[in-house]
Ligand binder design. Structure first.
Ligand SMILES: [Zn+2]
Length: 237
């Protein structure tokens, strides 16, 4: 994956307005379900500040959260799924959840069929670069050097290939366009929680989009700032 995009964690301002008063059925996630969902949001980044599950207070409520920088999940806290304070300083997710500015229902079946329409491509599996430990640069006798092994990307191919959705096809949902792997995770959450309703609750063309699932789980996903030259877009009707 060669895309470089700014992480969402610096992009939005801090607002704390009430969630809507609409009747939302809260399906409690137990510890195991919560851990499973949180795990889906830290697989691409193992930096110390993003490795841990994070208890978050936002909007007067407590949430269980995880992020790898480009997308995050907030699960309502209950008696069974409470998180311990992480052992180190973590990113402040509450700071990046913006004031909701819309209620736009998205058809889950259209979302899934649009995702399915993205062609598969055979792609080399990547892993963290050993030479720079994923930083893209390394220190040598007090000087920092760009890592040539991974071309400063922090990841290298491991020689094995797999069929994946074409990374050069992005998905447009509402005003914003997303990298498909983040939408795949969103669909995994929808399936795992048997979610029947999906709404956009905050969106602008750039920055983070906040999705609210019918079970009150919140998902934030960074949109793409601009498309690559060779990039295609499929749109969720
Ligand atoms: Zn490297």
């Amino acid at each position: 994956m060669s895309f470089v995009r700014p992480p969402i964690l610096h992009k939005t301002h801090c607002y704390r307005l009430p969630l809507s008063d609409r009747q939302i059925k809260i399906i409690k996630m137990n510890k195991e379900q919560t851990n499973k969902l949180l795990s889906m949001y830290r697989e691409f980044d193992q930096r110390e500040t993003m490795r841990h599950f994070i208890p978050v207070e936002w909007n007067g409520k407590k949430w269980c959260a995880a992020t790898e920088g480009h997308h995050f999940i907030l699960i309502p806290e209950n008696d069974e799924n409470k998180l311990e304070e992480p052992p180190c300083k973590t990113v402040d997710i509450a700071r990046v959840v913006p004031e909701f500015n819309c209620i736009t229902e998205i058809s889950i079946s259209n979302l899934k069929s649009t995702f399915e329409s993205i062609p598969l491509v055979n792609k080399e599996i990547t892993e963290e670069c050993d030479a720079c430990e994923g930083d893209g640069k390394f220190e040598h006798y007090g000087e920092w050097y760009d890592c040539k092994t991974c071309d400063e990307k922090g990841i290298v191919g491991n020689g094995k290939f797999e069929n994946v959705k074409d990374p050069n096809t992005a998905i447009k949902i509402g005003l914003a366009t997303f990298q498909s792997r983040f939408i795949k995770t969103l669909i995994n959450v929808i399936d795992y929680t048997n979610c029947q309703r999906l709404e956009i609750r905050y969106q602008k063309e750039a920055g983070v989009t906040i999705f609210e699932l019918g079970n009150q789980i919140l998902i934030g996903i960074a949109s793409k700032y601009e498309l690559e030259d060779n990039e295609n877009v499929v749109t969720v009707a």
